[in-house]
Ligand binder design. Structure first.
Ligand code: EPZ
Length: 430
């Protein structure tokens, strides 16, 4: 088992370059199979979620290869229809984009339900509602979702909840459908827009992405393309939060400032000084951290994927702060880990009340998910003593070279291998 060991209290200083957006990559890579030609996708992040989706496509005889460090070439000319089974799918929620992409390409798809999820917990009812709207029918059998249409036809689809995944999946399925599809109450996240831009570069006719009404005029064929995906807004936000938490001074490069507006506004309110350039921001701490209230919202609101990271700043701010998590039902699982580091946080349903403390103290903790892991890293960077973070595979799913990037900024962070039967972490940490 690998874990991160962080010795806290170093201020982050210097420059960091942000990688391509994970949540754009995991949508755009499957989208490439909608073309029969070769697609080159640039600015691909080197993260395990990308390798996984590549392996899933490889199994369907799609050639997916890196032609340089950040460019992926996808050739689906010899693609075969094959169910996407649980073995690989279980590791990755976003594998549900195969449903839309396969349906759009072959008018049918058989994909395992993403692991650990059922319709009651992280539902995909809106995805399926969208597919039905396009004329497909679906059934669930043996843990697999079967979706099939005789002929996909455009229609008006109103999403009952704003869902990134459903918006993307419906775009994938509708792009080659006959006629016009209108998605109302669509998600407006930057990666929704990025997918639309990618598909348009292949010859699709999608209008309105980035607003809550997206119109998709079906086209017969999509050609190959070369496309560069957007920088990762959440990776950028994470380094911004880390710079502020440690009282550092970091230039964060390869970003789109517009995508960071909500994060920037909150960080400034909490005590950051942020200077904006065309494709970079310089982030510094300006005095003591101040309390704040935050409600996570779909874009352009404050992103839920930054909620755990910002909680570290609020834990170190003067006074009491409140976080209202309005997107996910259960995104406070990491709080128990933070409490082990001295945080004073109480959770009631979707609300966390955070009482500021003077200092966090290193402890042995577990990354319960990707962004929780990022938050624990920030906590480790500011804490007194050593922090040991287990289950770091969650973090490596979504952050390219996080160890190298933080080390270059002056953090004392190492990855170490420990025997599975090693004594419990708590004992080791003492
Ligand atoms: C995407 O997940 C992101 N993942 C998540 O990022 C992010 O937290 C989330 O959007 C919200 O911004 C990817 O892009 C791969 P949703 P997604 O469908 O698409 C409910 C990260 O850390 N809902 O927008 O799965 C749902 O339960 C990850 O990078 C339905 O009710 O999220 C939730 O409450 C984690 N029915 C809300 O909508 C549906 O059919 C938003 O979910 C679909 C969703």
């Amino acid at each position: 088992m690998d874990r991160f060991v962080i010795k806290g209290k170093n201020k982050l200083k210097g420059e960091v370059t942000i990688s391509g957006a994970k949540n754009a990559a995991v949508a755009i890579i499957p989208a490439a199979i909608l073309s029969d030609d070769v697609c080159r996708i640039e600015n691909i992040p080197n993260i395990s979620d990308v390798s996984l989706i590549a392996r899933i496509l490889n199994e369907m005889n799609v050639s997916v290869k890196m032609v340089n460090k950040t460019t992926l070439e996808i050739n689906s000319r010899n693609m075969i229809e094959k169910p996407a089974t649980y073995d690989l799918i279980r590791h990755m929620r976003a594998s549900y984009y195969l449903l839309g992409a396969l349906l759009g390409k072959f008018s049918r798809a058989v994909v395992s339900l993403p692991g650990g999820c059922d319709f009651g917990v992280r539902p995909i009812d809106q995805h399926l509602k969208g597919f039905e709207g396009l004329g497909a029918s679906y059934k669930l059998e043996g843990g697999m979702i079967h979706v099939e249409a005789e002929c996909l036809k455009g229609s008006n689809i109103y999403l009952d909840v704003v869902s990134v995944g459903a918006t993307i999946n419906i775009m994938l399925a509708a792009v080659k459908a006959i006629g016009v599809t209108i998605i109302e109450n669509a998600a407006k996240e930057p990666h929704v827009v990025d997918l639309a831009n990618f598909l348009n570069s292949m010859g699709a006719d999608i209008r309105g992405a980035g607003t809550d009404v997206i119109k998709i005029y079906g086209v017969e064929r999509l050609k190959g393309t070369t496309y560069s995906i957007i920088p990762d807004q959440i990776e950028a936000g994470t380094y911004m939060a880390a710079a502020v938490a440690t009282g550092g001074d970091v230039l964060i490069k390869n970003i789109i400032p517009k995508h960071l507006e909500a994060i920037k506004a909150k960080l400034e309110e909490i005590g950051a000084e942020i200077e904006e350039f065309d494709e970079a921001v310089r982030v510094r701490r300006c005095g003591h951290l101040k309390r704040s209230n935050i409600k996570t919202m779909p874009h352009p609101g404050f992103p839920t994927d930054m909620q755990p990271q910002i909680s570290i700043l609020l834990s170190l701010a003067e006074g009491t702060s409140i976080i209202n998590e309005s997107v996910w039902d259960n995104r406070f699982r990491y709080i128990d880990e933070l409490k082990r580091m001295g945080a004073k946080i109480s959770v009631d349903g979707k609300v966390a009340v955070i009482e500021g403390i003077n200092e966090m103290v290193g402890a042995s903790v577990r990354a319960t998910d990707l962004r929780a892991g990022a938050a624990l890293i920030i906590a480790g960077l500011v804490a007194k003593g050593n922090t040991y973070i287990e289950d770091i595979d969650h973090i490596e799913r979504g952050y390219e070279n996080i160890l190298e990037k933080l080390t270059a900024l002056g953090a004392d962070i190492k990855k170490e291998h420990v025997q599975k039967d090693a004594p419990p972490l708590l004992v080791q940490a003492l």
